[in-house]
Design a protein around this ligand. Structure first.
Ligand code: BGC
Length: 371
């Protein structure tokens, strides 16, 4: 009953946010908040050095015979492309055979992805790594994978706290590996706060006037980045004014289009453009340039992910900052978790890693680490 009530409240909050645009700290996510990071057990990507555990328990040669099924929500996503490339590379490095690793494209359609999961189950894969299309499908997916006795590692789109509680209560071989998006939002806000009101408040109304370009609400990262970027500003004592809040679905072209519209509507009043990811920040940058505005001079722009192109723009000053969404730690952590299930070492149910703030001060260092 209580849960139903919470879902209803969240659902109406979502409608209000969508209708009202700038929803303050209300999230546009339809899923309940993910588990608190404080309740998570491990600070490092994996519970233990999986490669060593694998060598002890089964020997690397055994991994070579194991079949891994990987479901990606859609291949057409800059960040998830880097993620899946690293995942495949690392799995092979750990001893899996390339031909036993199957990575499929959910094409942003849950029905397609559910069919792919059924095929992996029928194919008797030894472990599944899943980046859900709809986080709200987690319970259904978990049930069928657990019933097939296949260990499951969720990545990138964090199932809600109730779902994670079920894994713990039933002692299932199911876990989530990811970073806490609240941290990335906070870092975005801090990048702007650190500039100081004088530098940001071009129209001298005493407030930070911003627009927010959100990712797909199916990923709780979008809601958390939206909420916590603004919270970091208000926590630092700034008054904020949300001029526009739109959903760009993590997409560069869509993000660019939304920012172009906002610039037409609100013009010079826009002082900060927050984008929930770097793909949308790249689109935003193009629109900012087209509107004759200059980042660092009469507007600020921040993203999340630290795509190499964006880090290059942070170095040149064309993008104010970004936040490194560590796809190496997440992909390697997910693979290590899969190995831990295969070797019987097991995992905690929620494995977290850290984001890193990227400004001109450390951008070159971050770029070097990405190459
Ligand atoms: C990334 C986005 C990506 C999304 C996919 C987020 O964590 O920051 O770039 O599009 O995950 O779900």
């Amino acid at each position: 009953m209580k849960k139903k009530l919470i879902s209803l409240v969240l659902a109406s909050a979502m409608c209000l946010t969508l209708l009202a645009g700038c929803g303050g700290s209300t999230s546009a996510s339809s899923s309940a908040p993910a588990a608190e990071p404080a309740a998570t057990e491990a600070a490092e990507p994996a519970a233990e050095p999986a490669a060593d555990a694998a060598a002890e328990a089964t020997g690397d040669s055994d991994l070579a015979t194991k079949k891994v099924g990987v479901c990606i929500y859609q291949f057409n996503d800059n960040f998830m492309t880097l993620y899946r490339q690293e995942l495949e590379r690392y799995l092979i490095e750990q001893g899996f055979a390339k031909e036993n690793i199957t990575i499929v494209d959910g094409a942003n359609d849950q029905a397609t992805q559910s069919g792919q999961i059924d095929s992996f189950i029928a194919d008797k894969v030894d472990v599944l790594i899943i980046n859900l299309v709809n986080s709200s499908s987690a319970a259904t997916v978990t049930d069928k994978v657990v019933a097939a006795n296949i260990p499951l590692v969720y990545i990138n789109r964090e199932p809600d706290a109730d779902e994670q509680q079920r894994w713990a209560d039933n002692n299932w071989n199911v876990c989530y590996v990811g970073c806490d998006a609240r941290q990335s939002g906070t870092y975005q806000g801090e990048i702007i706060a650190d500039l100081g009101l004088d530098a940001v408040d071009f129209n001298k109304n005493g407030k930070i006037d911003y627009i927010m370009i959100e990712g797909d609400p199916e990923n709780v990262d979008a809601a958390y980045r939206t909420e916590f970027s603004v919270k970091a500003l208000t926590d630092a004592g700034f008054e904020v004014n949300c001029l526009d809040d739109q959903v760009g679905m993590w997409d560069q072209a869509k993000g660019g289009e939304l920012v172009a519209n906002s610039l037409t509507q609100y013009g010079n009043d826009i002082e900060v453009v927050f984008c929930n990811n770097d793909a949308m920040a790249l689109g935003a940058l193009q629109s900012i340039k087209n509107a004759g505005r200059t980042v660092g001079k009469d507007i600020y722009l921040v993203g999340v992910d630290a795509l190499t192109e964006v880090v290059g723009y942070v170095i040149s000053g064309e993008i104010t900052g970004t936040v490194f969404n560590n796809h190496f730690a997440q992909a390697d952590g997910a693979a290590d978790a899969a190995i831990n299930y295969l070797t019987g070492a097991g995992n905690e149910h929620n494995i977290q890693c850290d984001y890193t703030k990227v400004t001109q001060a450390n951008a070159q260092e971050i770029l070097d680490s990405l190459q």
